[in-house]
Ligand binder design. Sequence first.
Ligand code: NAD
Length: 549
Amino acid sequence: MPEHRNTVLMIEDNPIHARLIHNLLKETGDDVYELITAVTLAEGLRRIEQDRIDIILLDLVLPDSQELDTFIRVRTAATQLPIIILTGLDDVSIAAKAVEAGAQDYLIKNEIKGPHLTRAMHYAIERVRATRGEWDSPMFRLAQQQFLKAAQIMDLDENIRERLLFPQRTHVITLPFRRDEYNVVETVFGYRVQHLLTMGPTKGGIRYHEDVNLGEVSALAMWMTWKCSLMNLPFGGAKGGVRIDPTGLSRSELQRLTRRYTSEIIDVIGPDKDIPAPDMGTDEQVMAWIMDTYSQQIGHTVPGVVTGKPVVLGGSLGRKEATGRGLVYLISAAARHIGMPLQGATAVVQGFGNVGSNTARFLEEEGVRLVAVSDVTTGIYNPNGLSYAELVDYAQKNRFLKGFPGGEAVTNKELLELPCDILAPAALQNQITAENADRIKCRILAEGANGPTNLEADEILNRKNIFILPDILGNAGGVTVSYFEWVQDIQNFMWTLKEINERLHGILLDAFQRTVARAETMHTDMRTAALIEGINRVTEAKLLRGIFP
Ligand code: NAD
């Protein structure tokens, strides 16, 4: 608990509710909070300007302002302050919207107990402190809000809820590497975040991208936790990254950067500790350099330190294409579930890297007509169908899709809104938002990328009855075959591609069926159901292990 007194501004016009909060604070005997009250928004805004406030408790329905607008006006006046919404049972959905728009939490007035109130305030203050700066990322907010929504629906143990909201270990480093021009040294930020150490070693990719920060990597690590748990894999979630645009680096620069990054995180990775894999901007070659650097330092070859390596170095058959292959297994299951034949269905794929190109390839193999694909440079649209082989051939020769002659050029924004049966975002986060969700026309949204859809968009898509394969299920084929790779490495054993694909299919289908069943029994959407499946297993493990000491 904070040592100094915190001034709590309560903006609440109902005297009964105001007295309730006042009494609850008094009852706890906790004198770290001093309460001041305002009964209108105008008075509240004046207090924010004049007084040194530490936290705001806000009723959204006031005499001079109503609902979300109330929150937005308070947030605009107090950009850095934690805000907890006080809501009645009838207005929970507006309170949830305020949380999505940046409030730290909400409390249902009739259900608040004294210790619960002070705990909620304490954590709201802590959360704001932590999310300033490095932590401040839309992706981290999305991951936390998704988790909080699932926690609310499943009535998650409050202690576990706070424990899982932030990663267990974070490593922020700055590292230098030489450019090809010998005297030029770049210093960049690097990260390795381990969200959960309860389930076994941690597992997660390494991303090279110019927007990477601690918040983004933490969001990805948190999603890895739920994903591994949903798949019943013996891993907790992790993720790493370097804030750099890798497309501007030569091969030797990329190698020097990777080797230095590996040596900076060498103490926290290892086959029993934390096992990296490829993500955006990294590939088999980067994994080979990480494995080599680690092995040189340890003194012998350690293939199990990374997955997604080339097969000749102990990589697994089928790993490279596993995420796309897995996504298509799940699309087939989803199509069967909604009674849509895959043969002759149409698909749009955003992104033509590892996940996007393999998704396109396996969709085509299933008889799906690929009508549009894209990469960072352009989208290509042809309602009569695009040929996967021609696209790959062009991308290999020209590096990007720009200029591909087999279709009409469209922007990535337009691409997402094209009519199709299957839409597979397989590039970046935050692609489907409240701005475009209404214009999305697919029947199945198959998330290959992590975090492509935000919460507001989710609601719209669910209302439109679009079947969503949420990222932690949709792209879990990658980590599942990574798990197979790790198992083969530590046992010095090789499985056939047939064995790998059969096991992958079995694991994904089982997770799909559990998610559908949970969504049905809990009357919730597929994303929340998948999260609850993942969170449940982690919770059970945490409660069984207890707390040290
Ligand atoms: P990649 O680097 O191989 O490919 C990324 C693709 O996205 C490229 O075609 C790139 O041109 C395109 N792209 C980049 N910026 C874009 C933009 N602004 N608009 C449109 N396209 C853009 O990366 P990847 O490994 O295929 O990863 C893609 C997504 O899938 C990421 O969200 C990643 O976290 C997720 N994912 C990857 C794996 C895996 O095994 N590689 C596993 C699970 C999830």
